[in-house]
Design a binder for this molecule. Structure first.
Ligand SMILES: C[S@@+](CC[C@H](N)C(=O)[O-])C[C@H]1O[C@@H](n2cnc3c(N)ncnc32)[C@H](O)[C@@H]1O
Length: 218
């Protein structure tokens, strides 16, 4: 995409944003709006990025199409914006709009008041670097399938432990890459044992997959 239409559009957006902030407030210390440029060649958009961007005052999104946007626009835009090329994942979409819809939803739901119960954001997948534990509803028995008995026990300590161990199991099965960054230094004994059963040892505070662990192809 050619540079000049982008420069004109972004200059208009930057001026409108400045007017919204108010000239009195605007000064050398006024933070530049963040310009997110969706691109498969950008940094990966994660839950941590969503949290970071939810704390910004102003976000601007520039959706590319075709081969993308002329690179000189990024250099020029850096005078007015903090430019962040950002990828939704390692695949190629036709345009940036779908990527931006996903980002706006992930960022927006972290803003106060958007999600009714803020507690529900705390234990979600990726909030602590792990996948979420399985969730269940009523009835406790449905089509010959029962909710795990521990969840009906009323023992909050046991329920919390079961949920943590299910997080470990799920993450090890589906996204073992997430465990590479997991801080295992202060795990209680029962949690270390859970990881041992999953084929991991704790070495220097990090999880190491045992060579003899079941499921390894080597
Ligand atoms: C066909 S893609 C261009 C791909 C580009 N030539 C490349 O290889 O890096 C057109 C537009 O779709 C959007 N897009 C495609 N894949 C994306 C992804 N994984 N994450 C974010 N945006 C993406 C970007 O806005 C991009 O400019």
């Amino acid at each position: 995409m050619k540079p000049e239409p982008w420069a004109q559009a972004l200059a208009t957006v930057a001026a409108a944003g400045q007017a919204a902030v108010g000239q009195a407030e605007a000064g050398p210390d006024t933070a530049k709006p963040v310009l997110i440029v969706p691109s498969p060649a950008g940094e990966r958009f994660t839950q941590a990025t969503a949290h970071e961007l939810a704390g910004e005052d102003r976000l601007v999104f520039a959706c590319g199409r075709y081969e993308g946007i002329d690179e000189r626009v990024m250099e020029w835009a850096a005078e007015h914006f903090t430019v962040r090329p950002m990828s939704l994942g390692d695949y190629v979409l036709n345009g940036g709009e779908v990527a931006v819809l996903a980002m706006v939803e992930a960022i927006g739901r972290l803003l106060p008041g958007v999600v009714g119960n803020p507690e529900s954001l705390v234990e979600e997948s990726h909030s602590d670097g792990l996948l979420e534990y399985p969730v269940y509803t009523k009835p406790s028995s449905w089509r010959d399938r029962d909710v795990p008995a521990v969840l009906l026990s009323g023992n909050h300590g046991k329920i919390a432990q079961w949920r943590r161990h299910e997080q470990y199991r799920r993450t090890a099965e589906r996204r073992p890459d997430l465990l590479e960054d997991f801080d295992a230094a202060k795990l209680p004994r029962a949690d270390r044992t859970a990881f041992t059963d999953l084929g991991y040892d704790v070495v220097d505070g990090h999880l190491k997959r045992r060579a003899d662990a079941v499921g390894d192809s080597a």
